[in-house]
Design a protein. Sequence first.
Length: 386
Amino acid sequence: MRRSLLVFSHLPWDSRQQRPQQLMRRLGRYYRIVFVEPQVLAGSWGADFRTVTPDVTVVSLHASALDDLRHPTANALAMSNTLRALLRTQGIHDYGAWFYTPLALPLLERLAPRVVVYDCMDAQSAFLDAPPLLVEREGELLRRAQFVFTGGPSLQRAKSEFHPSVYCFPSSVDSPHFAKAALPRYVHRTGTPQLGYFGSIDERIDLSLIEAIADLRPDWQLHIAGPADSVRSDRLPHRANIRYAGPQPYESLPAYMRQWDICMIPYAINEATRYISSTKTLEYMAAGKPIVSTPIPDVVEAHDDLGRIAREPRDFVRQCELALAETRAQRRRREAAMAAVVARSSWDRTAAEMQQLLYNAWPVSQRWPLGAIERMTRTTGSAAAI
């Protein structure tokens, strides 16, 4: 009987191709994935589920209130019972639980996972709209989890104070996808400089920095793509040379990025970014683009030799000017160095290393025979990583 992973995510499956989606598509080689979305549908008790790949089933729960996951109420217990019944009807008995959001912890009340994993990709408690209950739930999850995975070294150091088995698995990159944004090596862009950023627009973004760049260089075009998750449109800086594209489909990002001369990481220096490990860094590198970033700790620690770092607006503009002025020889050297970093990064490798930890921790009587693992890895092409 094939094992399963019950995944509790704070991001809907169809929202963006981020860490949960990238990893679960690959862990689907080893497990049947039951992906529980964050939205809770109003209505009578039950669950909607749909198959998105042969290995991934997405579940949306029904409840009488949309706020049930934030409070340990009888409704949360009822949803736990709903999940238990769903697993039973699907013939799922041997499963682990994988958390992206500690708020979902009450859903384990009626369940019996073999292994519990907390994949901490962000310091969610530092977000502006984070409920106070999140800190309490995270403490409970840290006590219950066998493993804690983090998206960067800063988070690993922070969580290691509370858990003995914390592993840093930085988010990787779908390099063939973002390489489509790269210009041919013989092309050197001219004309109006184009600067771009894609990602969530929330308290992590330094909006005053974007406004200052636009004012200091009105001859540049700034492209901002992504959902304004927690920022009202009237709080966004509006200038003639700032263009907001809104959310962009993952499939369209390379074509959209192709026009950019420089990729920006304009993060504010605050509690929300203290532990952030930006997935955009590798995606920008895969596209072969120059990067100018504010001094986010994980970016500085891992990539300060490949990106330009600036804190103040005038320095940020100066670093952009230097990037725009690079010669063809400098561009070739930078692109080669970035390509080498990207080549060492692989979602496939990350998923395989995580799977090995889970395999070793699963109760011995429930482990797959090693022969089955070997046959599976031969068919998926991941044997070297295993």
